[in-house]
Ligand binder design. Structure first.
Ligand code: NAD
Length: 496
């Protein structure tokens, strides 16, 4: 059985005493055992990262960037292997896994520009003969804790920028699909990163709690579900750390009666069911305004019932399995809840069976109509291939619903009316907004983050906010002896 251990100080470590199984969700078979780090193992990784920070922070930004350029090339050269690792452990279809690698690669490309991004500000003559400038300096050792659904891309949101800024990193990936991160760490070493700059620790709450409380961890980046994000934010903040914690979502598509319905239906089918709905930016609710609901259901239902579902390595599949049997059971339970709450189950994914993959964690696409805001299937994140349709009378009612929802990660409006679209962009209480774009994930040179209970902390991830998060500012004011005072000054200094 394959063992996935930790990667510390440029080397794979021995397996931990405690391990957990990693499945291939398409076959339902165990394919590896992943080590679950003990306190001593996490502390060892932090100690290596701390020791390395002394030298790494002195490497010039240009030379850090050169390592990232080599890393980028290695990722490009190994994209098929990386996508294979993702598909084998996560289940998403191979082309989608490749897309994930490319979106992660874009953050490395952004981080390659670090000499420019780190430039401070300079003011000559803030006072007579006095100059002032600000520097952006690294924090020290920083930690990242990532979810199962983007095992490659989400770690990339964090460590390339943190490391480019001069920090060293301890990464704790999801224990459900940790394999690809180990490979990333090997490639980073191959690119020329000194040992101890990027350290990978596998594990669960036991490992995470040490990262949240250890004195030598200066900042924590987290992506995952809202209850855990809130816990991470509260605990790490209480221990004096800078924290950004991205949580769950319930992303609404607002469908106006004037939208191009055929195009909107295609867009939502991909956005709701791609990656089996296990995307934090997946559309999980359509708010159908006015009389568009009937034709919407008519056109959408056959799309949902004809999704091509199978092993992610089989060509031309639309979606693969869910991550685990437990998660599949949780999503199925939500289908029961929706029926009990009185919603109409127009397409029922439980009827699916995949030939030669009967033990895989597959669930077909499901579509609920007549969902109302008081239902749990509307309020809670299901994180599976389940799409809810809510019918409302007008745009104002739709906007109010979105703004009153506890999550505010992503949303999209589909319309041909520019004035309505502009009103929506201005007034909607959501962090990432699409206009006729169903999954408005910002590019790497912009920042990614939701509002409300989809993000705890002031700064979004990657882009300009990433550089802000991983650096602290230092303001310097300087003058030279010829203009210094000859006696003590007791009044508050002002610039003349
Ligand atoms: P999760 O919250 O269960 O786990 C995320 C990470 O936290 C994992 O590394 C896990 O080991 C760790 N963890 C889990 N329980 C913990 C605990 N009690 N104490 C300390 N650490 C703990 O999330 P998941 O199931 O892996 O991922 C799916 C969730 O992530 C969804 O809610 C999805 O919306 C969210 N997500 C959000 C974004 C975003 O950008 N907002 C992006 C991707 C995923």
């Amino acid at each position: 059985m394959k063992i996935i251990s930790h990667y510390v100080n440029g080397q794979h470590t021995q397996a931990s005493e405690r391990t957990q199984t990693v499945f291939n969700p398409a076959t339902g078979q165990v394919q590896a055992n992943v080590s679950m780090a003990s306190q001593a193992e996490v502390e060892n990784a932090i100690a290596h990262a701390k020791a390395t920070h002394q030298t790494w922070s002195q490497v010039t930004p240009l030379n850090r960037s050169r390592i990232l350029f080599k890393f980028k090339t290695l990722i490009e050269n190994n994209i098929d292997e990386l996508a294979l690792l993702i598909t084998q452990e996560h289940g998403k279809v191979h082309d989608d896994a490749k897309g994930e690698v490319i979106r992660g690669l874009e953050v490395i490309e952004f981080a390659c520009g670090i000499p420019h991004l780190l430039k401070g500000e300079h003011t000559e003559q803030v006072g007579s003969g006095i100059d002032a400038w600000t520097l952006n300096q690294p924090l020290g050792v920083v930690a990242g804790i990532t979810p199962f659904n983007f095992p490659f891309m989400v770690p990339m949101w964090m460590f390339p920028i943190a490391i480019a800024c001069g920090n060293t990193f301890v990464l704790k990936p999801s224990e459900k699909d940790p394999g690809v991160v180990t490979r990333i760490a090997e490639l980073f070493t191959e690119a020329g990163a000194p040992d101890g700059v990027l350290n990978v620790i596998n594990g669960d709450k036991e490992a995470v709690d040490i990262l949240l409380t250890h004195d030598d961890i200066k900042a924590v980046s987290f992506v995952g579900s809202t209850p855990i994000a809130e816990y991470i934010y509260t605990k790490a903040s209480a221990h004096g750390k800078r924290v950004q914690a991205l949580g769950g979502a319930k992303n609404h598509m607002l469908l106006m009666p004037d939208a191009d319905l055929d195009k909107a239906v295609n867009a939502v089918t991909g956005a709701a069911f791609g990656s089996a709905g296990e995307r934090c930016m997946a559309i999980s609710v359509i708010i159908a305004v006015g009389d568009i609901a009937e034709p919407l259901i008519e056109k959408l239902t056959p799309k949902v019932t004809s999704l091509k579902i199978g092993d992610g390595m089989t060509p031309d599949m639309d979606m693969g399995p869910l991550i685990t049997a437990d998660h599949k059971a949780k999503v199925e339970h939500y289908l029961e809840i929706g029926l009990q709450e009185g919603a109409t189950l127009v397409a029922d994914g439980r009827e699916l069976s995949v030939k030669d993959r009967e033990d895989g964690f597959f669930l077909g696409g499901s579509l609920f109509d007549h969902v109302t805001p008081d239902m749990r299937i509307y309020q809670e994140e299901i994180f599976g291939p389940v799409l809810c349709v809510v019918r409302v009378k007008d745009y104002d009612e739709a906007l109010t619903l979105i703004n009153e929802h506890e999550f505010g990660n992503g949303t999209a409006i589909f319309t041909q009316n520019g004035e309505i679209a502009r009103h929506f962009c201005h007034h909607v209480q959501v962090g990432m907004v699409g206009v006729n774009v169903p999954i408005p994930v910002p590019m790497a040179f912009h920042s990614f983050g939701g509002w409300k209970r989809s993000l705890f902390g002031p700064l979004h991830m990657h882009g300009p906010d990433g550089v802000r998060f991983y650096t602290k500012r230092k303001a310097i004011t300087a003058r030279w002896p010829t203009i210094m005072h000859n006696q003590a000054e007791f009044v508050m200094p002002t610039m003349k």
